[in-house]
Design a protein around this ligand. Structure first.
Ligand code: NAD
Ligand code: UDP
Length: 310
């Protein structure tokens, strides 16, 4: 099997590259290093089945020989990153998805799109099920990401219905683990960098907004299982264990016995979703999937990683 992974030098993509190599596949990692880092894949460089192709997937791509799977993960993912790169974000969700679908169609390969819980926007339905259409502000600061992913889902379904491409869509909820960028602005690396530097934790708003965090290897397992089905509608993958941002801050402070009030409150960003938790009934029934790594364990593994890169 040959698997092409766009965004393979990023956080999730690098774990996918590892996993597909472990399955015995040849892996072509396509990345322009906009938010990724060659260090994430440096340990794979000696593997003869691994190939890094530095390329912007928003431009057409040619790959020689057969391809069995195309996993499209290229896109800035952190709010700070997509606010800094709104146009590349829109382009990679739209043109990049078109090019990745074109490759899958030309090679008669399976295609899997990395979509997101952000397609639900600031949800009015809780927890979020796949049949909820969402509450997205198209012209707000997050619109460049949310609408790019919604377009990506639409063009993926069109390629499935019109061209018969074997497509899958995973709606990923907040995922964390080693190889996140310490300064990517997402809450978990932000808090962990802060406790390791002895700084107060930056909680936005009152910290009463909720998220549900999934450890990266659980996500990867869900993706592998979904790819092997013939199910073309979206599937949520995430850990339903929900907590407020303030509770998360306190859990992280407790990891190093720091005072529970070592927190500084900042303004809440515009359109920050108030509540987020996946309904994973579909993944449980279709894939027999559920998260296996609890937060205490996952946070410890992640903090151990950040200690090595600080
Ligand atoms: P990341 O920023 O670590 O990885 C994204 C990778 O895509 C980077 O290596 C970047 O250089 C690459 N990239 C961006 N634009 C590109 C382009 N035009 N051409 C080629 N490569 C490009 O982010 P991540 O957290 O690993 O996210 C990966 C995917 O998963 C994204 O599509 C994201 O939307 C999706 N996702 C992630 C989460 C999460 O919690 N981590 C949640 C929902 C969805
Ligand atoms: N957040 C925070 N402090 C930070 C970074 C983020 O309180 O330093 C909050 C943010 O407002 C949001 C939640 O943490 O409510 C998750 O933010 P993140 O950027 O990780 O991703 P999101 O789920 O919003 O896409």
């Amino acid at each position: 099997m040959r698997t092409v992974i766009t965004g393979g030098a990023g956080f999730v993509g690098s774990h996918l590259c590892e996993r597909f190599l472990a399955e015995g596949d040849e892996v072509y990692c396509v990345d322009n290093l906009l938010t990724g880092n060659p260090r994430n894949i440096a340990h794979l460089g000696d593997n003869p089945k691994f190939r890094f192709i530095e390329h912007n997937i928003s431009e057409p791509i040619q790959v020689d020989g057969p391809v069995d799977n195309v996993l499209h993960f290229a896109s800035p993912a952190s709010p700070a990153d997509y606010l800094a790169h709104p146009i590349p974000t829109l382009k990679v969700g739209a043109l990049g998805t078109h090019n990745a679908l074109g490759l899958a169609k030309a090679k008669d390969a399976r295609f899997l799109l990395a979509s997101t819980s952000e397609v639900y926007g600031d949800p009015e339905v809780h927890p979020q099920r796949e049949d909820y259409w969402g509450n997205v502000n198209p012209i707000g600061p997050r619109g460049c990401y949310d609408e790019a992913k919604r377009f990506a889902e639409a063009i993926t379904m069109a390629y499935h219905r019109y061209h018969g491409v074997k497509t899958r869509i995973v709606r990923i909820f907040n995922t964390y683990g080693p190889r996140m960028r310490l300064n990517d602005g997402r809450v978990l690396p932000a808090f962990m960098g802060q406790i390791l530097r002895g700084e107060p934790l930056s909680v936005y708003g009152k910290g009463d907004q909720t998220r549900s965090f999934c450890y990266v290897t659980d996500l990867v397992e869900g993706i592998v299982r979904l790819l092997r089905t013939d199910f073309s509608e979206p599937v949520n993958i995430g850990n339903p264990s929900e907590l407020t941002v303030l509770e998360l801050a306190r859990e992280i402070l407790a990891m190093i016995d720091a005072p529970q009030d070592h927190i500084v409150f900042h303004e809440l960003p515009q359109d920050d979703p108030k509540r987020r938790r996946p309904d994973i009934t579909r993944a449980q029934q279709l894939l027999g999937w559920g998260p296996t790594i609890d937060r205490a364990d996952g946070l410890k593994r992640t903090l151990d990683y950040f200690r090595t890169v600080l």
